[in-house]
Design a protein around this ligand. Structure first.
Ligand SMILES: N[C@@H](CCC(=O)N[C@@H](CS)C(=O)NCC(=O)O)C(=O)O
Length: 262
């Protein structure tokens, strides 16, 4: 796989053998993979693939993932998409799968259950059904922001997802108990996206286990690094969200700002 375009940033090590992660820091699953690699000390090279500039349709990304999505991974001739598959692969090639998924078959089964639950719950109901139409697409595509009543309905629809997650976390430090697993990176990265919503605190405050867990995870130095660019963009998103976006959105500010932070 060619590594001739875009910026290549070594993470933790400069080995030319390290996998390349096609990455946009506004993407929740990208941040999850980056975060996990940092926390696990797994070397990867970041290849910024700016969604706002349409780089997910570039020939290079399409070779890595014909489904035109980030995150995608290139490791020599091997290419892989889907955040949880990528994290499992990274753990596997570094012989630390058990550390990040569980020591016993039942512990691992539990983590796999969470990784599956994520797709039709957090990802679907919070991000695709709510954050995308309400906060992202008005800026990415110029689509009209839904009316307030519709926004309230969409919010109500993911209450059950948050209730379930709060239940999973009850009396626990992390998703699988007292130690971090892949599920923590994947789930928390999704929920940190709610930071662009002015109602974020009101949405999350009824869920004490979720709030405590997000707060605990945000103290990790790997969180700070993997969410640095995103956290820089959040206040601007919130500022812009206070106004109706134009039909021809100018996204350059997002990518320019994040690129200046690379
Ligand atoms: N199921 C995928 C979802 C990846 C995804 O939704 N990627 C978005 C950015 S967050 C993307 O690349 N969208 C561009 C497109 O679909 O064309 C995963 O878990 O990695």
């Amino acid at each position: 796989m060619s590594a001739s375009t875009g910026r290549t940033i070594p993470v933790n090590d400069s080995s030319s053998e390290s996998p390349i992660l096609f990455h946009d820091p506004t993407s929740e699953p990208c941040r999850a993979v980056h975060w996990f690699a940092l926390e696990a000390g797994i070397p990867i090279r970041l290849r910024y693939t700016w969604l706002g500039r349409g780089e997910h349709r570039s020939p290079e990304l399409l070779r890595a993932n014909p489904c035109h999505q980030v995150p995608a991974l290139g490791h020599g001739e091997f290419c892989l998409a889907e955040a949880s598959a990528i994290m499992l692969y990274l753990a596997d090639i570094h012989s630390c799968t058990e550390k990040w998924t569980g020591e016993t078959p039942r512990e691992r089964a539990d983590v796999h259950r969470y990784l599956s639950w994520y797709h039709t719950n957090l990802r679907q109901k919070v991000t695709y059904d709510y954050l995308l139409p309400v906060h992202f697409l008005p800026y990415y595509r110029g689509s009209p922001r839904p009316r307030d009543e519709r926004i309230a309905t969409l919010r109500d629809r993911f209450q059950e997802t948050l209730e379930q997650l709060d239940g999973f976390l009850e009396e626990k430090e992390y998703m699988a108990g007292s130690r971090l697993t892949l599920a923590d990176f994947l789930f928390a990265s999704e929920l940190y996206a709610l930071a662009i919503d002015p109602e974020r605190d009101r949405i999350l405050s009824p869920f004490r286990w979720i709030c405590g867990w997000l707060e605990r995870l945000s103290r990790l130095s790997s969180y700070a690094e993997s969410h640095r660019q995103w956290n820089r963009v959040v206040p601007l998103f919130r500022e812009k969200n206070a106004t109706q976006p134009s039909e021809r959105p100018d996204l350059s500010w997002i990518d320019d700002l994040m690129e200046s932070e690379t």
